[in-house]
Design a protein around this ligand. Structure first.
Ligand code: F6R
Length: 369
């Protein structure tokens, strides 16, 4: 049942190319048109949307944070992202022109369910991104996009996260299409790249062996920091969450630009810091800024573990460990950049003797508020 692996988590990590392909299956036409049937929101409903609010918990929340960058860039619709447990207690402003997207792997997280219910009471339109067919959140939503990742047994979300990202991209690109945005060429180019993501993830999986060795060498560390910019920031947050829940280690993510506002004081000799570097494509300034962030922390003694796209020579001189991922458009990079972080956390946890499928104190689906 574990497909020859010792743990479900390892199986679910290697299943990711297929899982992402299944999310895209039947939804991306050869000519680049997208069909999202179960959305049950008509193109005219979608043209009326003035604001998008994404609500989710944990890893699903990180998928939402990444979606915001993509949706605002492609669709020019303001998009907020909030953890579900905070959402309904702050009197949020919602109406018929608000699209609320609830992201939940299980479809049963009580916080997310209560938040989406509240949104519907306020007459917002609610769309669910969910992995479990017929679960409560999609049943109570106006529309749904199932991720079709297949059952995820490991408590830590892996393949369901990558497929949530794919689903978010589909929604963003579909909204851009129905709203007839002027830069149709960019949208079509991204759709073509999205369709190729399963092979890109496969390439990452083929090259993660050094990540395993690195993780094992860090099993005595007490803290690991994660830095990122742009979509690399939520990826860093996801890397930190995986390490906390699996390896029971202190792990924290910062937006790299925030370093100088405080966290840089944490840097000391030998401290492992993972840095997620954005693709160079279209993001030159951002890329240069993060390279100087890496220089700054290294000058203060950090052991830099850099995730960057292949052939990124600018990061080489400052990387104690370099993890290369395929070159893809920046907005899609989280799909490839997250995979080494999953492997890193899993391997480090195994080196500490932890059960990665059943981490202590955690449940797969959190049905209490
Ligand atoms: C982390 C993890 C949790 C879930 C969170 C939301 O690996 O699995 O943080 O992401 O509990 O669960 P769903 O997506 O089922 O609502």
């Amino acid at each position: 049942e574990k497909g020859g692996h010792d743990y479900f988590m390892l199986k679910e990590i290697v299943e990711q190319p297929r899982a992402v392909a299944d999310t895209l299956l039947g939804r991306v036409g050869i000519d680049g048109t997208l069909t999202l049937d179960e959305m049950r929101l008509s193109p005219s409903d979608l043209r009326d949307i003035e604001k998008i609010v994404i609500i989710a918990c944990g890893t699903s929340y990180h998928a939402g944070l990444i979606a915001k960058y993509a949706i605002e860039h492609w669709c020019r619709i303001p998009c907020e992202v909030e953890v579900a447990s905070e959402f309904r207690y702050r009197d949020p402003i919602l109406n018929r022109q608000t699209l609320v997207i609830g992201i939940s792997q299980s479809g049963e997280s009580m916080d997310t369910l209560m938040a989406t219910r509240y949104a519907r009471e306020q007459r917002a339109r609610v769309l669910a991104i969910c992995n479990v067919n017929g679960s409560t959140i999609p049943r109570e939503s106006d529309g749904v996009l199932y991720t079709h990742a297949g059952p995820e047994v490991g408590v830590a979300a892996t393949k369901t996260f990558l497929t949530q990202l794919a689903a978010c991209y589909l929604i963003g690109l579909y909204l851009a299409q129905v709203r007839n945005l002027k830069f149709g060429d960019e949208i079509n180019a991204i759709i073509a790249q999205l369709a190729r993501m399963p092979e890109q993830v496969e390439k990452v999986l083929d090259t993660v062996e050094p990540v395993r060795r690195l993780a094992r060498s860090l099993s005595n560390s007490t803290t690991v920091l994660f830095l990122g910019r742009h979509v690399g920031y939520p990826v860093a947050m996801e890397g930190a969450l995986k390490l906390k829940e699996l390896a029971y280690m202190h792990a924290e993510a910062f937006a790299a630009g925030e370093l100088k506002h405080g966290p840089i004081a944490l840097i000391e000799n030998g401290l492992p810091v993972v840095v997620v570097v954005p693709s160079r494509e279209g993001r030159g300034v951002l890329h240069d800024k993060i390279v100087s962030n890496i220089q700054e922390i290294r000058a203060r003694g950090a052991r830099t573990i850099v995730i960057a796209e292949e052939g990124d020579e600018a990061v080489l001189p400052f990387s104690d460990e370099l993890i290369e991922v395929p070159a893809v458009p920046t907005l899609l990079q989280p799909i490839v950049a997250t995979v080494p972080l999953q492997v890193f956390a899993c391997e480090l946890a195994l080196a500490k003797g932890n059960d990665v499928d059943q981490p202590r104190n955690l449940a797969k689906s959190v049905t209490v508020e």
